[in-house]
Every structure is written in C-alpha cells, then in structure tokens.
Design a protein around this ligand. Structure first.
Ligand code: PRP
Length: 208
C-alpha cells in the first residue's frame, strides 16, 4: 500500500474545499481536515497526504515554490495568474462556475464605463477583445456592492448558482469564461515523487 504522509496538497478555501470532500474520499484518501477547526495545516497520516487550506490565488504560489506538491484551484485563478512554475496535471468536475460580466440593466455597455473586479487580467483581456473603454476598479471581494453604491456600473465576477447576483438585483450579461477545479503540481516533485502522480490519478479517475 502507498504511503502519502510526506505529500502536501494545497486546497483553495471556499467552494473548492467544500465540494472536494466526497471526491477525496471516493479516491480512498482519508480526509485530513477537521470540520469546525480553524487550523490551516492538517498533517494527514500514512494513508493520506497532508492538506493546507489557503486562499485560491495563493495555491499556485505555494505549489510553484515547492511548499505544496499538489494544488487544487479554480481554472479562473490560473488564467488570471498564468501558470508560471506549475504543471497543470488534471481537471476535476467540481466547483463548476463561470466568470461573467454583470450589471444593473442586463444590457451590454455602449459607452465608457467603470467595472469592478478582482480579475484584473481576465477583465482587461475581455475589455480589449470587445473594444470596450472602461476603467477597472480593483476590489478583492464583495463585488456585488459596487453597482449598488455607485462605485462601478458593472462587475466581472464568478457566478455559480446566480443567487448572489439576484440578491443584489444584478443581471448576468455575458459569460467571459467557464471555470472548474483543476490539479496543479510542482514540476520537480511531479517527476521525483510517484505518490503525487498516484494521488492525481485517484482524484481524476473517481469523477462522479
Ligand atoms: C463568489 C462570487 C459571488 C458568489 C457567487 O464568491 O464573488 O459572491 O461566489 O456564487 P453564487 O452564484 O452561487 O451566488 P466566493 O464565495 O467565491 O468568494 P470571494 O468573495 O472570494 O469571491
């Protein structure tokens, strides 16, 4: 039987962490994270790898630096950050959502406008592709507030069920890109540690 105790997986907190548990256990990996705990590092045991819980944008950083062997993060964040220093080694059909342009009217902008987003690159590329003239207001979260308080007429944000948009009377105008959870690996560890490949295989083979 394989031993995974010296393997570390960095998991993006939020919807990926919430949706990962059944996939992880189907892959016959013991889930190391204690619910209700405020701990950020769970060392696992012989049968399962250790897991660290981090903010999504930090997952590629930890993996690129070798602090984690494997990372589980949304493709939205990989596109936003680029994949320098990491290998994309698999897709998981969970945390499926989309990055969208949304606004109060549901109409495409027809003049210069302001758009709030935490996705600087994705938003800039989208604006350029569409020849839109817009200022990007950079926020780290609570994007839906921006139109309500007159900060920006539009937002570029992630949508899953659409409930958060509805609650703020915002209307989805256009999908910019789909997103789902994916697996990334540290290139050197991917080659040197066969257990990393085994964990990837197990997680990917147990697609629901
Ligand atoms: C995202 C997004 C919305 C919400 C959309 O936030 O910013 O607030 O999820 O989900 P829904 O369509 O199912 O309502 P997230 O919880 O990912 O955290 P964030 O504030 O870090 O973006």
């Amino acid at each position: 039987m394989e031993h995974f105790h010296d393997i570390r997986v960095a998991i993006a907190k939020g919807r990926i962490l919430e949706q990962l548990v059944p996939r992880w256990t189907k892959a016959h990996l013991p889930w190391p994270i204690e619910p209700e705990s405020r701990q950020l590092w769970f060392s696992g045991d012989d049968a399962g790898p250790g897991a660290m819980i981090v903010r999504g944008p930090d997952v590629p950083t930890l993996v690129a630096r070798g602090a984690a062997d494997l990372g589980i993060v949304g493709t939205d964040l990989l596109v936003e950050r680029g994949i320098q220093g990491v290998l994309e080694v698999g897709d998981l059909d969970l945390a499926e959502c989309r990055v969208v342009l949304a606004g109060t009217s549901g109409k495409r902008p027809d003049g210069p406008f302001r758009v709030a987003s935490k996705y600087q690159k994705i938003t800039r590329d989208y604006l350029d592709r569409n020849h839109f003239q817009a200022d990007i207001v950079r926020l780290s979260g609570s994007l839906e507030l921006a139109p309500l308080i007159g900060l920006a007429a539009y937002i570029v944000d992630i949508v899953e069920t659409g409930e958060t948009l509805r609650q703020h009377r915002l209307i989805e105008i256009e999908t910019i890109m789909p997103s789902h959870a994916c697996l990334i690996a540290n290139p050197a560890h991917w080659r040197a540690k066969p257990e990393v490949v085994t964990i990837r295989d197990r997680l990917v083979q147990h697609l629901a």
